[in-house]
Each structure stands twice: as structure tokens, then as C-alpha cells.
Design a protein around this ligand. Structure first.
Ligand code: FES
Ligand code: FES
Length: 151
């Protein structure tokens, strides 16, 4: 079926298969390979993108159900995401970096709905994003710093 998506502000009409995940469309059809797929079954958060303002697991989201939706990925050039990228770098919020795109997108959705989150709110919002390198302290610090710099 044909699906109309707005991705990072640009319109796309893509032919998708029934059961095809959004992550596949983003990575293989639109060449937005910043979105990473690790587990592919909804447990790690590495494939997180922002769909109509909400963080979603793109490996579990059916592309066919996204007709008319707005999707943002780690390639988006928005200001808050740029600030998050800078703070993740400054605060050592990653090691291998594989989880980082998903972490950034969860953080973006958090700061858009709650511009000045407390530490508990940050930890809760990021709890679905696993980091095998254990960079959790740096991640929480980076999100907090990006929020402060937005304020
Ligand atoms: S790849 Fe989607 S949750 Fe792990
Ligand atoms: S930085 Fe390596 S998994 Fe998070």
C-alpha cells in the first residue's frame, strides 16, 4: 500500500508491505540509517523515533499505520536536537554510540513535552532506552544540561 509520510519535514510517498516496520522504511527506503535496529523486538529502544510528537519503537511500529504521520529521526536538524547532540558529546553520554540515536530521540520527545524535567522525570523518560556501555549517568546529565541551556 501507498503511505504518505512527513519525515524530518520532507514529504515522502512510499510503497510499504503489510507488516513492514517503520524502521525498515526509514533505513532501507529513505536511507535514514541513523535509526539503529538492535533487538528488533521492542526491548532495547535503539530504534526510537518521534512520531507525531511521541517517542515510538520504530521496529514495532507498522509503516502502514503511519499514513499521514510526521516522523522525526536523529537526522532531523531541529534546534533542541542539535543542543542534545552537543550535550551528549560534552558529557560523555556514549561509548560505542549504538544506542545514542534512540537515546537522543527519547530525550527530544521529553524536552518537547517537559522543557525543564527533574532527574526522576529524565530517568523515567529514558528508561526504555538500554545502553550496553552503561553510559546512563552521562546520558541523564546530558539531557539535564540540554534542558538548562534551552531555558
Ligand atoms: S530495535 Fe526496536 S526496541 Fe530494540
Ligand atoms: S553507548 Fe554503547 S550501547 Fe550505549
Amino acid at each position: 500500500m501507498q503511505v504518505a509520510l512527513e519525515v524530518n519535514g520532507s514529504p515522502h510517498d512510499v510503497e510499504v508491505q503489510p507488516g513492514e516496520p517503520l524502521s525498515t522504511v526509514l533505513r532501507n527506503r529513505l536511507e535514514l540509517t541513523g535509526t539503529k535496529v538492535a533487538c528488533g523486538e521492542g526491548t532495547c529502544g535503539s530504534c526510537t523515533v518521534v512520531l507525531d510528537g511521541r517517542p515510538v519503537l520504530s521496529c514495532l511500529t507498522l509503516a502502514a499505520a503511519c499514513d499521514g504521520a510526521s516522523v522525526r529521526t536523529v537526522e532531523w536538524d531541529g534546534e533542541v536536537l542539535a543542543r542534545l547532540r552537543e550535550s551528549f558529546t560534552a558529557d560523555d553520554a556514549f561509548q560505542c554510540g549504538f544506542c545514542t540515536p534512540g537515546q537522543l530521540m527519547s530525550a527530544l520527545a521529553l524536552l518537547e513535552r517537559s522543557p525543564s524535567p527533574g532527574r526522576d522525570e529524565i530517568v523515567a523518560a529514558m528508561s526504555g532506552n538500554l545502553c550496553r556501555c552503561g553510559a546512563y549517568e552521562g546520558i541523564a546529565l546530558a539531557v539535564s544540561r540540554a534542558a538548562e541551556e534551552s531555558g
